[in-house]
Design a protein around this ligand. Structure first.
Ligand code: ADP
Ligand code: SF4
Ligand code: SF4
Length: 590
């Protein structure tokens, strides 16, 4: 079965003079293969008449067309937005009193699925031209979703949604945080949740001045305190540090003791910790998405890393992701490239003390710690953007390239202009394309204006720009923010290869523990009282660093034998107790 999808945001018929229509051989045999919509003046491809020759795909100057062959058994989508647009096949199956996790790249239909299950979007079964509502209970008769859709049809499901983008919250709601949370608290649980998620200090503040992490927790509490049958939480941990993420995960599990919960999450450690079952969503972003059968969490996440879904017999990624054990011995033998002294930095109400340390060739160091304990300040001192107070000025002959946490959009030009400026002649080489542009998915956005990029696109461009500089030390402050699961794994791979092959050095601030484990050889651990004081350790082995860090948080991780990835233990489980008593909070061997 052939589907044709046009990204109508990219399609610019006035500029290209309808090239696809002019080159399509279809009209010679049949006039209707591509027609022009009278209202939008944009092309519409007939999937019945299109032969799949692919000429239009290559001719379209804006890379707007995709023609894809799908297996026949997927003939009918659950929903299609319109002619030649994205379609979703199959649906996730929420289970009462359980947490269902959804995992997949951006643009494969996670939000569409959530909208359908919450009753916000009435599925059209691919029949986008008819205004008539479908009889859903007959479509789902005999399936696990029959009862669910009978309720949706009868409008008998009350759902609560935590939307993905919490930064927009301050534009929609105004006023004092405590008042807002009080107003939406239908279940009388907000006080307890405020305690659990550590939001007490933000209660007196106006919503407009809250940080990203505070807004996230406000949104999570607000959605959980509604009285609903089913709760949908779209990326509930972005902007949060590891401890805050785990607290949110615990609260979600508590909620699921009485309610049904569906969570979209890109942090694999958190997804693993909070879900009972997961569905993998795969396909081609913006073109089509397929929901896998329900999978157990361990098996499902392993399949995701492997890139192969056994049940559907589908390989959706060429390479599988394996977590290998880093040999601490081999690192010790590497040459020291940089030594830095102990620093101090004091502001009116915050002080930071860091121990000195050494960085070795080919090493990636992960920085872990709570928000507001000075991680970005430390990175800025190493980057030469800030000066320390104690006279121990940090000066080095080595070149440093730095990607800040907050990236500015104020570049006047396209992504191509920006990267060509930074990478210089390298920009035109095949190695640059293979090492940087392709894996970071820059190609599709290379002619977009930097000022108009989305958060995830801007993050990828900033990462590419940082790696394009000729440097010895590369610093990344929260590179996984705004990135989906696939992009996080891609970045980890790119960085490991880049730093390892060229024997350079990198430091990353990272809250995603699985990404951190995959990328880093060592860890610098920050601790202290958020917004008051921070202390940083020297670079420690990943094992010692994570042990130190997780001990403070009170959670243990073991290794999943198949993939080697870190998995959190359930609190008070036998493994948890054993590992705590032996001091092995972060089990190193699979
Ligand atoms: P995810 O949540 O996995 O990122 P989404 O469900 O948001 O995926 O989007 C899947 C695809 O559907 C995207 O290409 C998106 O642009 C498209 N899409 C979403 N809403 C609409 C709409 N109202 N009309 C047309 N296309 C849409
Ligand atoms: Fe026409 Fe070929 Fe494009 Fe189909 S794939 S619309 S037949 S040019
Ligand atoms: Fe032009 Fe491409 Fe749009 Fe066709 S799909 S009108 S070639 S921009």
């Amino acid at each position: 079965m052939r589907i044709a999808v046009i990204d109508y945001d990219k399609c610019q018929p006035k500029k290209c003079n309808l090239l696809c229509l002019n080159y399509c051989p279809g009209p010679r045999m049949n006039e209707e293969t591509i027609i022009v919509d009278e209202v939008t003046k944009k092309p519409i491809i007939s999937e019945v008449l299109c032969t799949g020759c692919g000429i239009c795909i290559h001719k379209c100057p804006y890379k707007a067309i995709s023609i894809v062959n799908l297996p026949e058994e997927l003939s009918q989508p659950i929903h299609q937005y319109g002619p030649n647009t994205f379609r979703l096949y199959r649906l996730p199956i929420p289970k009462e009193g359980k947490v269902l996790g959804l995992i997949g790249q951006n643009g494969v239909g996670k939000t569409t699925a959530i909208k359908i299950l919450s009753g916000e979007l009435y599925p059209n079964m691919g029949d986008y031209s008819s205004k008539e509502r479908k009889n859903l209970s007959s479509y789902f008769r005999g399936t696990e979703l029959q009862g669910y859709f009978e309720k949706i049809e009868a409008r008998d499901i009350k759902s609560s949604l935590k939307p993905q983008y919490v930064d927009k919250l301050s534009q929609v709601v105004k006023g004092n945080t405590a008042d807002l949370l009080d107003k939406v608290d239908e279940r009388g649980v907000s006080k307890e949740l405020i305690q659990e998620l550590g939001l007490t200090d933000a209660l007196d503040k106006d919503i407009s001045v809250l940080s990203g992490g505070e807004l996230q927790r406000v949104a999570v509490i607000a959605s959980m305190s509604k009285d609903a049958d089913i709760y949908f939480l779209d990326e509930p941990t972005s902007y949060l540090d590891i401890k805050q993420r785990l607290n949110v995960a615990k609260s979600i599990r508590n909620l699921a003791e009485k309610k049904t919960v569906v969570v979209i999450e890109h942090d694999l450690a958190i997804l693993d910790y909070l879900s009972d079952n997961i569905h993998i969503l795969y396909g081609q972003p913006g073109v089509y998405g397929i929901v896998s059968t329900p999978l157990g969490v361990r098996v499902g996440i392993n399949m995701y890393l492997d890139g192969y879904i056994k049940e559907d017999n589908v390989r959706f990624r060429d390479e599988s992701i394996k977590f290998y054990q880093k040999e601490e011995k081999s690192l010790k033998s590497k040459k020291v490239l940089l030594e830095y002294p102990a620093f101090e930095k004091n502001y009116d109400s915050f002080s930071l003390k860091t121990e000195g340390g050494a960085l070795h060739k080919g090493e990636v160091i992960g920085i872990v710690g709570p928000n507001a304990t000075g991680k970005s300040t430390f990175i800025k001192i190493l980057a030469g953007v800030l000066e320390p107070d104690n006279g121990n000025k940090f000066e080095t002959e080595l070149k440093v390239s730095y990607k800040p946490q907050y990236i500015k959009r104020d570049y006047d030009g396209t992504v191509r202009n920006l990267l060509a400026e930074v990478a210089k002649e390298k920009f035109f080489t095949n190695i640059y394309k293979a090492e940087i542009l392709r894996p970071l998915e820059i190609d599709p956005i290379i002619d977009n204006l930097v000022s108009e990029l989305s958060g995830g696109e801007l993050q990828r461009v900033a990462i590419a720009a940082c790696l394009s500089q000729d440097a010895d030390l590369y610093l990344f402050d929260e590179p996984s923010a705004y990135l989906d699961i696939e992009q996080r794994l891609n970045f980890s791979k790119v960085l490991r290869r880049f730093i390892g092959d060229k024997e350079l050095m990198a430091i990353i601030v990272e809250h995603d523990l699985v990404s951190l484990d995959y990328t880093s050889d060592k860890a610098i651990v920050f601790s202290g009282r958020p917004s008051v004081s921070g202390i940083a350790s020297p670079p420690l082995s990943l094992r010692d660093g994570m042990n130190r860090f997780l001990k403070e948080i009170g959670i243990t991780f073991r290794r999943e034998p198949e993939s080697g990835r870190p998995r959190s233990n359930k609190i008070d489980s036998q493994k948890d107790r054993e590992q705590k008593s032996s001091g092995e909070y972060y089990y190193f061997k699979a």
